[in-house]
Design a protein around this ligand. Structure first.
Ligand code: GYE
Length: 319
């Protein structure tokens, strides 16, 4: 008798525990999403994480498994493999760099798990390895930064460029868009270009090096994000020049810190790049769970904020 009861308990426990072993709780309508974030390198990234976490919390049917890759591609690959092993319903991720994700994306596809690319693109031959990309047109952002300089008449200038993370979609594309526009203006010359890895400390360090060798010559700084520009502003002040006056600065993201710097007259223009992707990410997740088809690309609409608009705009900024 005791043996029969024991066996019954084991069977019952197995039935009760089984659904909890997998990431997917399909029976109760829960949609499990594994999200691999890059890290917390910039104010943009922090706002992006907050947008995704807070949107997930608003939706009772969503279970979010959040994983921070701390800037390392190998951590992202590991996280994605983990999500596959857990049997999540959808995988979302912001690829730190463009290349090298082919194999793991194929594993996800073979497991029948759709992958959403958040904010950054991947460079893979087979684009059936991801279902949708949502984020910004980074090439256009680079063009907008260059066009602003031209509109303001800065067409005879020596430019230094602070690039984002080497090999990342925004660094590659922003550079490309900027170059595409300035190539028609032979007076606009990029004299130095290096990566500050999208961080304040990186921006400061590289700007210090630029100033050391070319301090007297630099007219313009083009920074691939606001955080690096803010770090560079500090370097310029320490060098004894006035950022925003002696060196004209245009950057990308339009985070609050950029508006504060513009109000102080230290930054001249920021090109908007919205991190608030949470709502559309989970709309796509829910559509996929219902078996609906979604657009291959969802590109965010964005603006440009020159210094003179900063004081009025800052109050309505969400990040
Ligand atoms: O511009 C930068 C961040 O991928 C668009 O990553 C994003 C970029 C953003 O760290 O600040």
């Amino acid at each position: 008798m005791k043996k029969i009861i024991n066996t019954a308990i084991v069977i019952l426990a197995t039935i009760l525990l089984l659904p909890g072993c997998t990431g997917s709780d399909k029976d109760d309508g829960t949609i499990t999403v594994g999200f691999s974030q890059i890290g917390a390198e910039s104010a943009w990234r922090v706002a992006n994480t907050e947008s995704i976490r807070s949107e997930a919390a608003k939706r009772p049917n969503i279970k979010l498994i959040f994983s921070d890759a701390q800037q390392k591609q190998e951590n992202q690959i590991k996280a994605i493999r983990n999500f596959i092993a857990q049997g999540v319903d959808v995988i979302a991720f912001s690829p730190v760099v463009e290349t090298g994700f082919e194999a793991v994306l194929r594993e996800a596809k073979d497991a029948g798990i759709p992958v959403i690319l958040i904010d950054r693109a991947v460079d893979v031959q087979d684009d059936s390895l991801w279902v949708t990309f949502m984020g910004s047109d980074f090439v256009e952002e680079g063009r907008r930064a260059a066009r602003w300089l031209i509109e303001k008449g800065y067409t005879n200038v020596k430019i230094v460029e602070l690039q984002g993370t080497v090999g990342s979609a925004p660094a590659i594309d922003r550079k490309k868009g900027f170059e595409e526009v300035i190539k028609d203006h032979p007076g606009m010359v990029v004299i130095k270009s290096q990566s500050g890895n999208f961080t304040r400390s990186g921006g400061k360090e590289i700007m210090e090096a630029f100033l050391k060798t070319d301090g007297k010559e630099i007219n313009v700084l083009f920074s691939h994000n606001d955080d690096m520009a803010i770090g560079a502003i500090q370097a310029i002040e320490e060098y004894g020049l006035a950022p925003g006056k002696d060196i004209i600065i245009v950057s990308i993201d339009a985070v609050r810190g950029a508006f504060e710097a513009m109000i102080e007259g230290k930054l001249n223009c920021t090109v908007e790049c919205s991190p608030l992707l949470g709502p559309q990410m989970f709309d796509a997740v829910e559509a996929l769970a219902k078996g609906e088809s979604i657009p291959k690309k969802i590109v965010t609409e964005e603006g440009v904020f020159p210094q003179e608009t900063a004081a009025e705009a800052i109050g309505s900024r969400k990040y």
